[in-house]
Design a protein around this ligand. Structure first.
Ligand code: B16
Ligand code: MG
Length: 219
């Protein structure tokens, strides 16, 4: 029994709902290219890197583009996305997250971020929760996207905790698969129908109690 575990949080969809801002920014790019991009299509982009997201959108419209154009759109999209983050504050932390972060801190557990986003740090800063994280691994630190487990393995390694003693909170299927490949405990945050590969599933953090966290720590 090891009482110090690594608790690794995904960002978008787990800590904050930035998917709505990604959607608005991608929609502008799609519109300018006459591609119909819906909220349903946006689901395909969750947990996916920025570069891959653009390829998915171009695929939806059967649009071929030069690398130069793609680079231009990627910059435009990110500038627009960042403009939505300007007014972000602690009110955007999803319900129940702070309670769990405080609990883990009180219990002296390792806390890490494992996100595909290259904008993770400013988001944690603006929402006032950066200081809870011992380790941050984001899109700037990894070369392989989820379901590759690189992001989570790196987080556990930096915390100096064995993957088998690590727990991942994720809202995307690719993220759950990455956690499972890493042989970590996978906890899905969202719909059971979508996240059925996870070891545990919760609608959100408001329905996760101290007993559950305690059972993971003492496992
Ligand atoms: P950025 P996560 C992911 O965050 C988002 O779910 C995904 O939609 C986005 O494309 C990706 O970050 C990259 O974000 O453009 O900020 O680098 O869920 O892995 O925390
Ligand atoms: Mg996510």
């Amino acid at each position: 029994m090891n009482n110090k575990k690594a608790f690794i949080f995904d960002l978008d969809g787990v800590i904050v709902d930035t998917a709505k801002y990604h959607f608005l920014a991608w929609q502008k790019i799609a519109k300018s290219l006459n591609i119909n991009f819906t909220l349903e299509d946006n689901e395909l982009l969750k947990g996916v890197s920025r570069v891959r997201s653009l390829d998915i959108i171009l695929g939806l419209g059967n649009v071929q583009a030069s690398q130069e154009d793609k680079d231009k759109w990627l910059i435009q999209k990110n500038e627009d996305y960042l403009s939505y983050l300007v007014d972000m504050d602690e009110s955007e932390v999803l319900p129940g997250v702070l309670k769990i972060l405080k609990l883990l801190k009180d219990k002296n557990q390792g806390i890490a971020l494992g996100s595909a986003s290259k904008n993770a740090r400013p988001i944690l800063e603006k929402t006032g929760i950066l200081s809870y994280f011992d380790v941050i691994v984001d899109g700037n630190d990894v070369t392989n996207a989820k379901p590759d487990p690189e992001v989570f393995l790196k987080a556990a390694q930096l915390l100096n905790i064995d993957p088998k003693n690590s727990i991942v909170f994720e809202d995307s299927v690719a993220g759950i698969q990455a956690a499972n490949i890493a042989e970590m405990v996978s906890v899905g945050i969202g719909e059971e129908t979508i996240l059925h590969e996870a070891d545990f599933i919760f609608k959100d953090f408001t329905v996760m109690d101290e007993n559950f966290i305690e059972s993971l720590i003492t496992k």
